[in-house]
Design a protein around this ligand. Sequence first.
Ligand SMILES: N[C@@H](CCC(=O)N[C@@H](CS)C(=O)NCC(=O)O)C(=O)O
Length: 350
Amino acid sequence: MAWTQRLIRPVSIAGIFGFGAVSTSTLKNDEVPYKISVERPAIKRPLVQKEILSRRIINEDDHTGLKLRLYQYQSCPFCCKIRALLDYYGFSYDIVEVNPVSKKELSGTNGYKKVPVLRLHDSTYLMESSLIMSQLATFLQNEKRSIEEIIDMYPAIDSFDENGKAIKKHPNKYFTMLEKNLSPAELAKQREEREWREWVDEHFIHLISPNVYRSMEESLETFKSFEVAGEWERIFSHIERIFAVALGATVMYFIGKRLKKKHNIVDERQSLHDACEKWMDALGSRKFMGGDQPNLADLALYGAMNSFVGCRAFKEVIAKERISTWYMRVKESVENSEGRQAVKNRVATK
Ligand SMILES: N[C@@H](CCC(=O)N[C@@H](CS)C(=O)NCC(=O)O)C(=O)O
């Protein structure tokens, strides 16, 4: 999805915002009252580009003091993973759509130009979706540690990517750090969670582009669904939207074919089907991979699937499979912020 966003977002898109247009929605009221509101700031078009705040999610029970701001592309699977985690735990956070051409919103990240990036305390930037998920989960489970101490638990080592470019790697990015002794059964659960999180990143996400851009027709449909999901109507003019959909769909059709070859995918729908079956086999009779509650593997796969929820591939393959029951269960859990007690319990550490 990265390229799509990069190609289609016209450089001229920028905005200033006030909080004039605010829509407030209470997601759920139960015996423990809580309220999460979503603000959608009015977007104006200034001559000078500024960071556009596209949404502000406020949970009155979040006293962590983290001041989270997510820099993202709405339909990027890695970003969807982060939103799944933030919403499940009911963190308050702001969302900024990154301009894929200038990427000026990422000016504080020391040259890192991918999304998601999660800013905290106005000046610390967290990168790499799986690393961010581990860091936040570890933060919630270690009440006495500050987020800075948690970040230090994930050291980076210098490495090279497949093109020989120097990169930083975090060898323990799939680990949540619990400062207590775990039983063999708990250790086995943790290992399973890590392996499936890696499978989502290294296998499942690679299947998305070849599927959603499978034919020109599907590619166009996909872009139209992005138009809705990304609320482009609020940000782009009519002409810009037509241009974005037509150009993006054409380019991504060809890129989808290249990725299919790169990842040795023969039949993209069959591979997607097989992946869903494999997940359901691993799940067995459990509600979630995490048992009664979703764990980070559940949230990662759910997030990745959400990135193409409006597409034909999702409807055709996934909605018909066994996986739909599990998907709806996680959706409910995330949308009701069922993990919110962990955030409520976690106060700021000085
Ligand atoms: N390993 C990274 C991958 C992030 C990634 O590749 N993001 C894509 C968007 S889906 C991106 O920003 N690509 C660079 C670009 O669009 O220029 C993570 O898990 O966060």
